[in-house]
Design a protein around this ligand. Structure first.
Ligand SMILES: Nc1ncnc2c1ncn2[C@@H]1O[C@H](COP(=O)(O)OP(=O)(O)O)[C@@H](O)[C@H]1O
Ligand SMILES: O=P(O)(O)OC[C@H](O)CO
Length: 500
């Protein structure tokens, strides 16, 4: 048997997944690694943990499938985005821990740059906002705060990369310092109009440009894995950031197509075609994919807390034992109570970008209990998605037209398995929710990129036909009820925001 090996290096674990010729999953292996929180709002990973858990997962997945490296046609890598690594190219060691996408340590620096009026340039060139979320600010922090780092960078001794880039450099035994366009687009240093690293922004942040990797297409010759790792050389021919990879795995190749991934957070991407649109509503513009040098753009809404609110019910409040129990409690909730939970545990992401507000619950009575809490928690994810979709519609006046007045949202991620949540999502959006058979769309996307590059998988058009619906959810809610419920949510948000 021949397979494509997809590596999915995520925020809490590394996974390796084998896809067969029919693009079906043959085996999965997963390994978690420690999270470090050295200060309030700081989140770090040890880069060696990322690399080692990737290697272990790859070896284990081969064992599970009873396969050998001879069976692997090529490798695809998808990764947690924005997370930043800086390493010494002579020793091969990172000079600081990886600073994770969730890390907020550069909030003050961002505010000061905003006050000096730089956000407009950042938005126009990169499609992003001036926010600690993105790699550029994290890279600046490392160069400014690690002893001797700036001088070493100027001397050409240091390299920067998002996680894909770091893994490829290690796997190729220091040969290839590369990344793909979707990861580059999350650094705040890459001009998504000109398709190049941006000199002006690098100057503003005092980042020497020799530290940056070469940017390739998503399906490209990235590197050859050194034979010391798996006993045989093997090509890496597909790379994409995890949310873009999920959009590809969901075959969102036409303008107007949207996917929404419900993991720890929620990330919705809307394909907007080959023209860059800048959002009026604080959505991000990003590269959905770059194939044969041609960019397809997406509008992205990022919600920081989705499935994590269910983890909080389980680990914090201890009112459920397993994530799947939440919907069973929700079904028993008192219909006469209208609770709204705003899970702003670390502030709110799109479209509010309020870093200082914190979570709140409205509508508590003496009769409120675990059932109502569970219902409000699940519903909060749907309301937050509606905020994103409303912003997308407002940004793209022809959004409904482009989708024939029928908004269809393709969903994936752990929380998408909750029928109750998906039905409420459909009801509150007044849209159709399509859940595919393969929920591992992140890995599938990059497996297809790698397989397509080496001729193992078919073209984009054929791949789209491979997308198979598992379940469709249609809205059953009256529009007056929808409006009333959503008005209540907006009121809850208004009361929670610190930045009015
Ligand atoms: N049946 C369910 N109902 C509600 N939430 C769920 C359910 N199953 C999983 N989740 C949530 O989904 C998340 C896990 O999804 P996953 O896609 O594995 O996330 P990640 O890749 O971010 O770790 C968890 O936060 C969990 O609380
Ligand atoms: O690793 P995940 O699935 O939590 O995804 C993280 C995103 O890429 C952050 O932008």
């Amino acid at each position: 048997m021949k397979y494509i090996l997809a590596i999915d290096q995520g925020t809490t674990s590394s996974r390796a997944i084998l896809f067969n010729k029919q693009m079906k999953i043959e085996a999965v292996s997963q390994e978690e690694f420690p999270q470090y929180f050295p200060n309030s709002g700081w989140v770090e990973h040890n880069p060696n943990d990322l690399f080692e858990t990737v290697i272990n997962s790859c070896k284990n997945v081969l064992k599970k499938a009873n396969a050998t490296i001879e069976d692997i046609v090529s490798i695809g890598i998808t990764n947690q985005r924005e997370t930043t690594v800086v390493w010494d190219k002579n020793t091969g060691e990172a000079i600081y821990n990886a600073i994770v996408w969730q890390d907020r340590r550069t909030a003050k620096e961002c505010s000061s740059l905003k006050e000096q009026g730089y956000e407009k340039t950042i938005v126009e060139k990169t499609g992003l906002l001036l926010d600690p979320y993105f790699s550029g600010m994290k890279l600046k922090w490392i160069l400014d705060n690690v002893d001797g780092a700036k001088q070493k960078a100027i001397n050409g001794d240091l390299l920067f990369g998002t996680v894909d880039s770091f893994l490829i450099w290690k796997l190729s035994e220091k040969e290839n310092h590369v990344t793909d366009a979707t990861n580059a687009a999350r650094t705040m240093l890459f001009n998504i109009k000109t398709n190049k690293w941006d000199e002006e922004i690098c100057k503003l942040l005092d980042i020497p440009m020799n530290i940056l990797p070469t940017v390739k297409d998503c399906a490209d010759d990235f590197a050859i894995v050194n034979k010391k790792f798996f006993g045989k050389e093997i090509s890496i021919s597909g790379v994409a950031g995890d949310q873009q990879s999920a959009a590809i795995g969901q075959a969102c190749f036409e303008p107007g197509m949207v996917k929404s991934t419900y993991g720890t957070g929620c990330f919705a991407l809307l394909n907007i075609g080959d023209k860059m649109v800048t959002s009026k509503n604080k959505l991000l513009t990003t590269i959905a994919y770059r194939l044969d040098g041609k960019i397809t753009y997406a509008l992205e809404g990022s919600i920081f807390i989705a499935g994590a609110v269910i983890q909080w019910l389980r680990d914090g409040l201890k009112i459920i034992n397993h994530a799947k129990d939440a919907q069973e409690l929700a079904k028993k909730a008192d219909v006469n109570q209208q609770l709204y939970m705003v899970p702003a545990f670390t502030g709110l992401g799109a479209p509010y970008w309020d870093t200082t507000c914190r979570g709140a619950i409205y509508g508590l009575t003496r009769a409120t209990g675990p059932n109502e809490f569970s219902k409000a928690a699940l519903e909060s994810v749907a309301y937050q998605t509606k905020d994103l979709l409303e912003a997308m519609k407002d940004d793209l006046c022809n959004f409904d037209e482009a989708s024939n007045n029928k908004t269809i949202l393709r969903v994936d991620g752990g929380m998408a398995s909750s029928d109750y949540t998906m039905q409420f999502l459909s009801d509150i959006l007044g849209a159709t929710i399509d859940r595919p058979e393969i929920l591992e769309t992140t890995a599938l996307g990059v497996a297809w990129l790698a397989g397509m590059k080496v001729g193992f998988y078919p073209s984009k058009e054929e791949f789209s036909k491979n997308w198979i619906l598992e379940k469709r959810f249609n809205s059953n809610m009256k529009s007056e009820t929808r409006e009333k419920l959503y008005d209540g949510w907006k009121d809850a948000i208004e009361r929670t925001l610190t930045r009015k």
